[in-house]
Ligand binder design. Sequence first.
Ligand SMILES: Nc1ncnc2c1ncn2[C@@H]1O[C@H](COP(=O)(O)OP(=O)(O)OP(=O)(O)O)[C@@H](O)[C@H]1O
Length: 799
Amino acid sequence: MNDAAKRGQVGTPGALAERDAQVFRAGVHLNRLNNEFEDFLFGRIDLLLGKDGKKGPDGAYTAVEPADGAVRDDDTADIAETLHIGRIGVLDSEYAPLVIDWRAPAAAPFYRSTPVDPGRVVRRRVIRSKGRKVLGVEDDLMRPELKATLDGHELPVIGDGALMAALGQARSHTMRDIVASIQAEQDLVIRAPAASVTYVEGGPGTGKTAVALHRAAYLLYQDRRRYAGGILIVSPTPLLVAYTEGVLPSLGEEGQVAIRAIGSLVDGTEATLYDAPSTARAKGSYRMLKVLRKAARGVLELGPGAGPGSPAASGSGATGANGTGSGANGRNGTGSGANARRGTGSGTASASDPGRSRSASAPGAAGSGQLALGDEDEAAVAPAGPPNRLRVVAFGRRLELEAGALERVRRNALGGTAPVNLLRPRARKLLLDALWEQSGAATRHSDPELAAELRSSFDEDITSEDSFIAFLDAWWPELTPKAVLAAMSDERRLGRWARRILNPGEVRRVARSLRRDGHSVHDIAMLDELQSILGTPARPKKKRELDPLDQLTGLEELMPVREESQRERAERLAQERTEYAHVIVDEAQDLTPMQWRMVGRRGRHATWTVVGDPAQSSWSDPDEAAEARDEALGTRPRRRFELTVNYRNPAEIAELASKVLALAMPGSKSPSAVRSTGVEPRFRVVRDSLAQTVREEAARLLDRVDGTVGVVVAMQRREEAARWLAGLGDRVVALGSLEAKGLEYDATVVVSPAEIADESPAGLRVLYVALTRATQQLTIVSADRDEPDTNGVPDLLRD
Ligand SMILES: Nc1ncnc2c1ncn2[C@@H]1O[C@H](COP(=O)(O)OP(=O)(O)OP(=O)(O)O)[C@@H](O)[C@H]1O
């Protein structure tokens, strides 16, 4: 900046422009350094001389192994190189490295080196600081047998291990990064080349989520241009998104990475509802794909605005003919549709059943405005369907297609699997063919050129007729995913489309769930599938307002409104993006087949990182999900990694959880816990009031830990559990069993293991998740159904 000021004094326009550019760049850099200031420098390694004595671009020796003779026979050695590791790289004024970026190759030994395989590292030091103050230093000796000297002095060793210090810290409501203490097996995953699919399995607390987030930051650092296409991180719940999303900015990465809950992947729609396990099973399975395909075609026969709350057309692109169609379009459409449907109840005769004779011949009559029926009218007025007669005048003749002919045209047009909305031009062409044939004009000219000319003026005549346009809008409206889903809320209709695919109970439950206001996480995958079944007809692109921030990358970091504008911008970019360069799936074991299809569409050309733990799957049919996963990942080669160490739970809690693991997945191995607290899990039996007992236990734990307390209950108890805890403060939260996924607390209360286990076919695995959330203390509250023994240990947790 000082340099720049001097340049300005020259006064030529060129110098002034250069000054501005330099000030701008320096400002961006300064801002970045300021942002990374907290805990900026967190590591140091002292190394032996490298084998070949070669140095890399960051000025560090590149060899992993020490030079021959670096260690003398009497086990003494000299430290040849000391590197400091920080959140970003810093060079001194001579361009020599002062601080190495944690993602740079030279920093790898900081993470990789272990006493078993130390490489050149003699001592690894982790430094904790706040502002300018060093709070603590923890050393690990990688070659404890060596007597190493640095500048003639012996290397001192301080503290008792960085990892343990990190793990012992209290938890807050947001996750911390682990840059200072990434372990060797985790580092292998973080730095794995992103050529294909990186597949990571590991038990609870092995750092899968942490590793996935650090991998995103690493990939961006390695090849920013390649990942300019964006990295998508798919998380199971909005709670986990909120818990983890602060980690990337702390690693200096934001903007290019979108962390989204699986229920928020479709823009403009957010999952707010839960489905009962049996409904979720029907909605998430491959079978639903067949139902959706049938529904998408079946809805066409209903016509626009034809059914209770099921206006099928979007209204866009229509010439005012299907005014009510827009009811189901857009955000609120289905909501009002759903309201309208309420009074009807399932199984009522649908107003949309085709069959009512209608004609497009009276101008304007095809407008669905006149077709729209409210629920109240439904019983009184005969049901309306799409127009089933087309009358036009061409070459002075009246031409007419009756229901049968129209049906043949429709079937013909719908042949194959092409997106329904893109078939409209084909249907239009087939209609014209049928009319042309009826007109007899085809035989008038033997000269093919004249015949073609005649045909084209015939087509023009008809297609410019208002009644034809109105007919087409009503007969082949543009469908929206929400409209199709709304149409599926009618049990009778759904029963027709799902015949021999879903059983009657499933049809009833799915239809009923679709009549609620809002969407569930499984509905989102159905909407996305429908979008691909229906397709979007090409439209002229809307011009976006010019955003000055687009022109100047980095400018936003200088703006006073930085936080807001950056977020808005990231959101806009995310919305415009439908495919990503890299997709990271967290808690992959939970994706249903339909969700795999949805995520797969976002990474058709991407490289992938998939992390999960089969033992924590809440999906009832893992084999079907695995098939869908393999389909989404295609034939790309996979590199498999396994994480084996549990960094979250103390041994006492891990041991208890392993009992449930043995029931849930006999034969599978628990990850080994790295620490022990000496505090055994506590068992408490409910005497009078469940609410009172849980409240007492939560309050007890709040007294015993500094950080957060989570109370995990069966899904159906979520709301009452929040009331039990009222007034205890914001360090304690109530969670449904499925919401606990991926989260962690200093202490947890798990309420009625049996109730959680009985909730769904995957209940034991869900219970396993619930039991593995605590970093320090765990209390189990048992009710009668848990059949506790005299010590209060419930049946499921006994040896
Ligand atoms: N190398 C490490 N250094 C310090 N803390 C770590 C390390 N690895 C993991 N942790 C901590 O361990 C806890 C568990 O990590 P994480 O949530 O990523 O595990 P997970 O495998 O995703 O667990 P789950 O399967 O239960 O969701 C987190 O608090 C994380 O910060």
